[in-house]
Structures are given as structure tokens and as C-alpha cells.
Design a protein around this ligand. Sequence first.
Ligand code: HEM
Length: 442
Amino acid sequence: MSLVENRDARPPGPTGLPVVGNSLQFGRDPLSYMTHAARAYGDVVYLEFAGMPFYQLNHPDLVKYVLVENNQNYRKGDLFQYELRLLGQGLLNSEGAAWREQRHRLEPAFHPQRIAAFAEMMTGYTERLLEEWADEEVRDVHEDMMRLTLEIVADALFSVDIRRESTEIGEALETVMEQFRRSSRLPLEVPDWLPTRTNLEFHRAAKALDAVVANIIRERKAGTREGADDVVSRLLDAGVPEENLRDEVLTLVLAGHETTALALSYTFDLLTRHPPVLAEVQAELDSLAGHPPTMADVKAMTRTDQVLKESMRLYPPVYGLLREPFTDDEIGGYHIPAGATVGMHQWVIHRDPRFFSDPRSFRPDRWTPAFERELPAFAYFPFGGGPRRCIGDRFAMLEAKFVLGTILQQFDVEAVSTKPLELDPAITLRPKGGIRVRVTRR
Ligand code: HEM
């Protein structure tokens, strides 16, 4: 009898505690727990969170199966959508026909030619940030990058300069993440309507974000920037109702800035820990024509490209994906019941020695064209894959190059501490306590 005929044959996995299952041990240090589970139990691991079955997939082929080959049998699922409930039915959360229509509507905004037109705007906002940087000052670059990427995405997609609201958004986002962190550590969810302090804070934060989004929509409707062909105008032209507009705008604001900010922040951290690599990147940037990088320079920024890829390998801003099968399925020889949660973790697979030699080391030079050609699909998937692959992947990579390039042309960055980076795996992978570096004018 094959394993799948025996529907009760569960994949191996660490033993949990009664009732809460693996929640408590997982909650203490999710990254190590997931990694340990993969290395100790293999490519399909069974976990249980408060009675809910969870299948952790640890091989690129299995990730490809779920995200591409059999993607029609998978939805994002309750767990994912609960975590991101604030975003309503925006592109990240929606499913089925509604998702298809939304994706189709938004795709033109991310066309390579459109994105290319953002180059100058991206370096422009970066230079505006650098006006605030004082020589030899210690800065939290994570905070800086969060603000900068927010300004860039708001300008690119909504033609508004969001400078005034960016601190408010930052604070609201912090509260939302904090709420997520708490709820993911508890075996049982606290219902949203209970007037606990965290819930009240969460609702206040959600309201603040709503107000900012309403402001963006109002400004766009008032046509502050004449003739702007942006996402809000397109959605308005297509007759998208106000409520859906809110979900779409909030989704793009959040999905579009926090992740890119993280990729940049970890890159700064890695470069301060690897001065020879920093020197190489700066040499490459200095060889450009003495101005901030332009579209014409991107091809020549190969070292910068390798550094960003390696940074997102080690610190993938989105460190895990979740899915739920509509109907029973078979993965890696195991029966997966409909409605179970399937988890695929970039954090685990990007550090798997089967695919990356010396996996914990920062080695940008591993990213040669030959290496990329030979790397199995989904051994590296910072932007996910299949139909629900990140819509902003090209936008993000270009933005990261322009921001990093503009900054490192003008400033050196130096570590202020040798302490290892502390991570905070919330919805995204955040650095605990920010990333502080000393910036020195070159
Ligand atoms: C380094 C930066 C970024 C990373 C690492 C990243 C990562 C991801 C990943 C992994 C997914 C797939 C989620 C899943 O399958 O469950 C995703 C989806 C998405 N991302 Fe990104 N992202 C980045 C930048 C951006 C930017 C700049 C935008 C928009 C301006 C954006 C907007 C979205 C949206 C709307 C989706 C949902 C797409 C869909 O379901 O059709 N992302 N992103």
C-alpha cells in the first residue's frame, strides 16, 4: 500500500504539547524552529497549531507544485487572510475571478516601460532624504528606508507626495505588526471585537491608515497633478467602487513599501559587515557617469545586483508563504487534507545547503549567470511565483538599485556594533530595534 492510500500516514514532525500543539515552541523562535524541523524531518513536515494541521514544505519542487503546477487547487487561506485582514479585498488577499480582474487592471501600472519612467523620481526622493543626513551621524537606516520607499511608491502609483503622512503611516504600521506578533505567539486568537488594549490600538491604527488612504484618493480626485496616469485614476475610470479602491490603495501602499525597505535595510547591514564588498559596489557606482544611476546604467550595475540578490536570499523580506488546498491533495507522497495549511518558507529553503554552498555566508559572487541557470526553480523565491507572484518585483529591484546606488555614491556606511542582527519575524521579516549605521560623506 502506498503512503497516500494510507490516508492516516502523517509526515514526520516534532512532537507538540497537548491542545496548543507546536504553537508555543514555534512562537519562541519561529525561524530556528522551522529550520530545525526541515533539517531534522525532511521535505514535508507535519506541525499542529492549536489543533490546526500545518504542512511545512521544504523542497523547491514541492513549492513549485503548489504555486505553479497545481496552483488552481490552492487559495491563500484563512490564516493568511486573517493576518492581513486590514487590507480587505485588495490584490494580495482577493481570490478567484475577483483577483483575476484586479490583477488584470493593475498589471499595466507595472509594465517595464512605465517602471523605467520612475527612475528619476526614485533617485530624486533619495537625494531629498540625503539632505537630512549629516556627516558621521548614526542613523537608523531601516526607519529612513521605510519612509523613503513609502514616498516612492505613493508617487509612482498615486502621484502624491506623502511626506507629511509618512510618519503617521509608520507608527500605524508598527502597531499593526505588534498586534500580529502577539496574536501569532498565542495558541488561540483573541477576537477582534473584544475591547482589549491591543485590539483598541489596532483599530486606532487601522483608522489612521484609512484616513491616509482616503486622503490619497481625495487628492487624486481633486486632480492635484493634472493628467497623471496613475493607479487611482485608472481604478476610478474603471468604475471601481470607493470601498474597493480603499482596499487596493492600502494593499499597494503596504505591500509596496515595507518589503522593499527591508531588502534595502538588510543590504546596508550586510555591507557594513563586509567592507570589501561595499568597496566593490562603490567602485561600480563611481564608474557610472558621475551622476545618480539612470536606466541606462542599470545593466552595468552587476555587483549591486548580486549584492541585492544575496541579501534577499539571506534575509527574504517575505520569509514564508501560506496556502490552503480546496480539495484533498498529495504532496511529496503524503495526503494533504482540504483546508489544511501549507507553509513554504523562503527562510528555510534559501539557507538549504543542498542548493547553496556555505549557505549562511554572505557571498554575492555566487550569483553568476551559470549559477542562476543551474539553480532549481523555487530554490530562491523572494517574490513568490506562479500566477500570484509579486506584481511589484521589477519595480522593487529597480527601486533598490536606484536608492542604494544614489546613497552609496555619496555616503560610506559603517557598522556601529558587532552584535549579530536580531530578527523579528512578523508578517514580514523585520530587524529588531532597527538597523543603525554610521554614515560618512565620501
Ligand atoms: C523586495 C521587495 C518585495 C518583495 C520581497 C515582495 C514579495 C512578495 C511576495 C513573496 C509575494 C507573493 C505572496 C504570496 O504568494 O502569498 C508578493 C505579492 C505581491 N506584491 Fe510584492 N514584494 C516586494 C515588492 C513589492 C512592490 C514594490 C509592490 C507594489 C508596488 C508589491 C506588491 C505586491 C502585490 C500587490 C502582491 C499580490 C500579487 C497577487 O496576488 O496578484 N510588492 N510580493
